[in-house]
Design a binder for this molecule. Sequence first.
Ligand SMILES: Nc1ncnc2c1ncn2[C@@H]1O[C@H](COP(=O)(O)OP(=O)(O)OP(=O)(O)O)[C@@H](O)[C@H]1O
Ligand SMILES: O=C(O)c1ccc[n+]([C@@H]2O[C@H](COP(=O)([O-])O)[C@@H](O)[C@H]2O)c1
Length: 206
Amino acid sequence: MIGILGGTFDPIHHAHLRTALEVAEHFGISDMRLIPGKQPPHRPQPIARPEQRLAMLQAAIATEPRLHADDRELRREGHSYSFDTLQTFRAEVGNERPLLFTLGFDAFLHFERWHRWDEILALAHLVVVHRPRYSLPPNGWYEPFLSTNPDDLRATPAGRIYLLSVTALDISATHLRMLLKQGKSPRYLLPDSVLDYIQRHQLYCE
Ligand SMILES: Nc1ncnc2c1ncn2[C@@H]1O[C@H](COP(=O)(O)OP(=O)(O)OP(=O)(O)O)[C@@H](O)[C@H]1O
Ligand SMILES: O=C(O)c1ccc[n+]([C@@H]2O[C@H](COP(=O)([O-])O)[C@@H](O)[C@H]2O)c1
């Protein structure tokens, strides 16, 4: 089983890290990939450069062996579509190994607008994690795909949607960038190693 958490990570924060770790522990995953997007679709483009977002991610996960920084989207030109990313995983690991693509409620609410969204479940399972202030509408398109049994996801390579409560942390990168712009400290909302990097490179201050 390979776990995947994609994001803009501008910058990475404790809610991303807890989500990645809690998904890994819930499913017993030893290889959880955090994948920064080079050109994230459907949102304003990041402020920090791709290599800076990767460096902050690497600093954040340096001491946790289950979490791995994966730079495949940074090596690809154009929009960082998840469908394309998942296809590269399938080319590497074949069609049998379960892939667990993790995303928060906020991202999942727009899933039907994603590039080739209706083909993504043929490539991976989706683990949709709770995020404070967001909820899913009842009777959504996704209901026939829901599973509540982790063994279902272990037994098949793709095709299920699993809702998971993770520690509720109302942290967003937008809020962290706003604090920094206002000259306030985001300390304790993200790892000190990431804050050190931000300060050394004077990121998000204007
Ligand atoms: N506080 C949180 N709780 C649960 N999931 C989260 C949280 N923050 C981010 N995520 C999830 O992590 C993934 C990457 O998120 P992203 O890098 O866009 O962070 P963000 O804090 O939402 O950033 P921004 O404020 O810049 O949009 C998405 O799937 C998102 O839903
Ligand atoms: O593939 C798409 O069309 C698509 C559209 C929006 C978001 N995503 C993915 O969703 C993840 C979270 O995105 P974001 O913008 O919240 O950082 C990240 O892996 C993105 O690549 C993917």
